[in-house]
Structure formats: structure tokens, C-alpha cells
Design a protein around this ligand. Structure first.
Ligand code: PSU
Ligand code: MN
Length: 302
């Protein structure tokens, strides 16, 4: 394999034996959650994937190489490195070339997972079209990556800090199917229901796996979104999250925050404004996604 990519011994053995592997991103660790809950969550999510019979592969750029599968020490290093770069497709070669520590977004994690032959990736929420995106052109590179890179991304939908309607339109234009687990509608991260219909409801892993195999066997390539709603008993009240989101967006606007700083800023403000309740929901939904992702990875091995 490419010398710029290094698989951990556990992941290399799993790939060689054809065992199910699930990729995990690291931006959620370095930029998406505060210390020390970020490290606890990273460890717990890996444990959930192992308990479901798959092998976790957390991805980051360390020492000029793309690393697929991290040690305990490396997870801890990332969790305490707020200065780690946030790497999307654009930034990946910079971190590799300069040796800077880098955390991978959904887009960059998909690229790295595909390079390592991993088909399933679990995260919290995907990026999308930002509100006002028709003027700002702020559309997450995650969406283009879903259009081109053949990896299934299990998420709890996307946050309502985004324009979820425009996000689904963009995905449709680029031929990215949105499969929904357990309900008809697309999930909205902190809350189960965005009010917008997903494309296809598929509750069980075997059905999802057949769909994904068919897409790739037809030569259609590209990614698949698996939208898995946060369990109702761990969701945030919709009115509360809507009001807080509006406030955080207004603050970002007033402070002139733009570009890749926007998403981490909004996540931080929402956490502060909910008194940490949003963080508990965030942790719960990622762990729930890990169960669905591990089962999907297993089904794809059959
Ligand atoms: N959504 C979340 N938590 C996150 C992110 C998104 O609920 O941590 C991160 C992911 O890594 C995602 C990235 O890929 O933010 C999107 O950033 P941008 O909008 O700048 O593309
Ligand atoms: Mn952006």
C-alpha cells in the first residue's frame, strides 16, 4: 500500500483476514467535543464497535502519515490538541507534507478509509449546506466527497445549524442516496426528525448492505448516507435546540466567523448555551451510530 498510509497492526490483520472494519473520524475528537469527554467518547465508541464484532479504525494524520487505527496514547494526544489542524480534502496533503498533526473531517476520513479499503464509516453528523449557502457558497466539502468516494457514512443526519432542505437537494443532485433507519424522515442530529423525508427507509443491516452492494456493482460509485436518528429518550427538546441554534448563528454572524471555523464555533456555543445537555446527546448518538455501523460492516462481509 501507499507509503503515506499506515495501518495499525490490529486493522492490518483485520483487513488481511476479511474481518469487518469501521472507520471513525478525529475532528469530532479534536474540534467537535471538549476535553475530557472527547477522549472518553472516542474510547467508548471503539468499545461499542468491538462489542458488535467489528474492528474500529480511528483516522488522523500524525507525523506526515495517514494513520488508520490509533493507539490509546495517540487518541489522548489528539483529544488534548486543540491546535490540531481540521483536515478536509483540501488540507490533507498539507498535513502529510509538513508533518503537522491533523484531525480528519467526514470528507477526509472518507478519502482515507477508501485508500485503506474500508467501506463503512461512523460519525456524529455530516456537514451540509449552511443557511444562506446560496449567497455565502458555504457548502461542506463532505457533500462533494459523498458524491465521489465509495464509503457508507453512518450519521445522525445533520445539525439544524445547516439548511437541511438544501443539504438534501444537493445530495440528490449529486446522486447520493440517503437511507433512513427506523423512521421515514431524515434525522436532525440533536432531534430525531428533521421534518424532511429521507430517500429510502431501511431498518436492517442486511437490506442496507444489499443496497450498497447494488450501487457499487452498478458502477455508480460514490457514498451513501445512513441516517440513524438519536434515540428519543436521549434527544434534545426541539424548541430548545431551535432557539439556541438561532442564538448561536446570530453570534457567529455578529463576530464575523466564517469558513472552517464556523462549525466548531457553533458546536461550542450550543454546548455552552444548553449547559452541557447537547454534549450528552451528542455522545449518545455517536454510540448509537457505532452499533448500526458495526452491524452494517458485518453485513457487508457476508
Ligand atoms: N457536525 C457535527 N460535529 C462535528 C462535525 C460536523 O455535528 O464535529 C465536523 C465533522 O468532522 C464534519 C465537519 O465533517 O465538522 C464539517 O465541517 P465543515 O462544515 O467546515 O465542512
Ligand atoms: Mn464550510
Amino acid at each position: 500500500m501507499n507509503e503515506l498510509i499506515q495501518l495499525s497492526p490490529e486493522v492490518a490483520a483485520a483487513r488481511a483476514q476479511g474481518l469487518p472494519v469501521v472507520a471513525l473520524e478525529s475532528t469530532i475528537i479534536a474540534h467537535g467535543m471538549p476535553w475530557p469527554q472527547n477522549l472518553d467518547t472516542a474510547r467508548e465508541v471503539e468499545a461499542v464497535i468491538r462489542a458488535e464484532g467489528a474492528v474500529p479504525a480511528t483516522i488522523a494524520v500524525i507525523g506526515g502519515r495517514i494513520r488508520i487505527g490509533l493507539t490509546e496514547e495517540e487518541l489522548a494526544q489528539l483529544a488534548q490538541a486543540p491546535d490540531a489542524m481540521k483536515l478536509s480534502r483540501r488540507d490533507l496533503p498539507y498535513a502529510v507534507a509538513t508533518g503537522r498533526l491533523g484531525a480528519t473531517t467526514v470528507a477526509a476520513t472518507m478519502i482515507c478509509a477508501h485508500l485503506a479499503g474500508i467501506e463503512v464509516f461512523v460519525t456524529g453528523g455530516i456537514g451540509g449546506v449552511h443557511r444562506g449557502g446560496h449567497e455565502s457558497f458555504d457548502i461542506s466539502a463532505d457533500l462533494q466527497e459523498l458524491a465521489r468516494t465509495p464509503v457508507a457514512v453512518v450519521c445522525a443526519g445533520a445539525k439544524s445549524i445547516l439548511d437541511l432542505g438544501l443539504t438534501l437537494e444537493y445530495l440528490e443532485t449529486h446522486g447520493v442516496p440517503v437511507l433512513s433507519v427506523g423512521q421515514d424522515n431524515f434525522a436532525a442530529f440533536f432531534t430525531p426528525d428533521s421534518g424532511l423525508k429521507a430517500d429510502f427507509r431501511m431498518d436492517d443491516a442486511a437490506t442496507q448492505a444489499r443496497f450498497i452492494r447494488a450501487k457499487w456493482a452498478l458502477g455508480l460509485g460514490g457514498g451513501v448516507v445512513v441516517s440513524n436518528p438519536v434515540p428519543a429518550d436521549q434527544a434534545m427538546p426541539r424548541d430548545q435546540i431551535d432557539a439556541i441554534t438561532a442564538q448561536a448563528l446570530a453570534e457567529a454572524d455578529a463576530q464575523g466567523i466564517t469558513g472552517k471555523a464556523i462549525t466548531p464555533f457553533l458546536l461550542g456555543r450550543i454546548k455552552a448555551l444548553t449547559g452541557g445537555q447537547s454534549l450528552a446527546t451528542n455522545i449518545a448518538l455517536v454510540k448509537h451510530n457505532a452499533v448500526v455501523g458495526a452491524r452494517l460492516a458485518r453485513a457487508l462481509q457476508n
